[in-house]
Design a protein around this ligand. Structure first.
Ligand SMILES: [Ca+2]
Ligand SMILES: [Ca+2]
Length: 387
């Protein structure tokens, strides 16, 4: 749609206030009359609040490939606004404003609508949000497009399910600044026990909750949604990877070197090695933690998010599909419709460099739970209505 629209804007000549359609014959009516009819129908549909049908009428006009009056862009822009497609609405209204009579009533209205769009799309989105029930902090992740996945031999090793690298775009969303903590989870299940790893405890107030299944994590999101009225959920796998990369395209948000991990992530490191020796393969640095660290103990990534890599693995919303990247939609993918396993991401306190990468995909059965697996929550940006 956007492509058609932009092409139309580029090739058309705008005639302000008049019909200005080039002559071309059809079997039935002249195309300019056809265009007028489509526009009249579109306006009727807008009156009836049938915005999708109106959109189709505007597309019919574009398909005629003729010069159109500037007022076309006004009505098309108003309809895009009703569909909450703010980007195209803005482009269309600007096109109208640049080519119309400034004394017309549509001009004044278009200016007001453009002001509304700029308020709704920028000022009204706070960069942080704190949930009052749990004190959980969220960061606004501005949407955009990125290359999801990794080349088949990232770090010289082969991985399953990470290719093909493909472009994915996600809308703005809010994501937990930290992994959900034991304290936050126990507001839902007061007796939850995150357990320990031999003699190292995992139950600290600010340590991330672990030993939670996908069903537990999803249940927590539903519980908190009911309490707060927000639509909390686990992030989609695409949202998670977009957020974890924090604007980078390297294997890890701090770069490609696993041995630089210890300022940024709690991973299998020399601290763990000193206690357990060859039981674990490690990053060659010391982060100071044998098991989980209190959330936010390390440097954040470029989006202000902590522990996206390391500390604990994080459940995502999606079913796991090993071949999914070959057929994934570009816009806001949500994973396969069905599956056996749910995705989790990011690696944890006992993992070696192969697993602590932005592109690495792990999966477990939805009922599975262990001492390295937790989660964080997301919620969508609420689009405000424009008059
Ligand atoms: Ca560690
Ligand atoms: Ca993590």
């Amino acid at each position: 749609m956007k492509t058609i629209l932009m092409q139309a804007i580029i090739v058309m000549v705008f005639v302000c206030g008049g019909v200005g359609l080039s002559a071309a014959n059809t079997d039935s009516l002249p195309v300019d009359v056809q265009a007028d009819l489509h526009l009249a129908k579109a306006k009727k549909y807008i009156e009836q609040k049938k915005y999708k049908r109106a959109d189709r009428e505007f597309q019919e006009i574009l398909a005629l490939d003729i010069q159109v009056p500037s007022v076309f862009f006004y009505h098309y822009g108003v309809n895009k606004l009703k569909l909450k497609d703010y980007k195209n609405a803005e482009a269309l209204l600007k096109e109208f404003i640049l080519n119309c009579d400034r004394k017309s009533s549509e001009y004044t209205k278009a200016i007001e609508l453009l002001a509304d769009i700029s308020v709704v799309t920028s000022v009204s989105l706070p960069s942080n949000y704190t949930d009052s029930e749990t004190g959980m902090e969220f960061v606004l992740v501005k949407g955009g497009c990125f290359q999801m996945g990794s080349p088949s031999r990232e770090d010289g090793l082969e991985y399953i399910g990470e290719d093909p690298v493909h472009e994915v775009c996600v809308d703005d969303f809010y994501l937990g600044k930290y992994e959900v903590t034991n304290e936050q989870y126990r507001k839902y299940r007061p007796v939850h026990n995150s357990g320990s790893f031999v003699d190292d405890g995992l139950n600290g107030r600010n340590q991330p909750v672990v030993n939670v299944s996908w069903q537990d994590a999803d249940g927590y999101a539903r519980w908190l949604s009911k309490k707060s009225g927000k639509k909390y959920s686990l992030p989609t796998e695409a949202q998670w990877e977009y957020a974890a990369r924090g604007g980078t395209d390297t294997a890890r948000f701090w770069g490609n070197s696993p041995d630089d991990a210890c300022s940024y992530a709690n991973v299998a490191d020399r601290t763990l090695y000193r206690k357990w020796g060859d039981l674990f393969e490690i990053h060659d640095c010391a982060d100071g933690y044998v098991v989980t660290a209190p959330v936010g103990s390390f440097k954040p990534n470029g989006y202000g998010l902590y522990d996206m890599l390391g500390n604990v693995w994080e459940w995502c919303q999606d079913w796991y599909g090993e071949e999914y990247y070959s057929s994934s939609p570009r816009q806001n993918p949500t994973g396969p419709a069905l599956g056996k396993y749910r995705v989790n991401r990011g690696g944890g306190w006992n993992n070696d460099p192969r697993l602590v990468r932005a592109a690495y995909r792990d999966w477990d059965s939805p009922g599975g739970a262990y001492n390295g697996l937790g989660f964080r929550l997301a919620f969508p940006v609420q689009q405000h209505a424009i008059r």
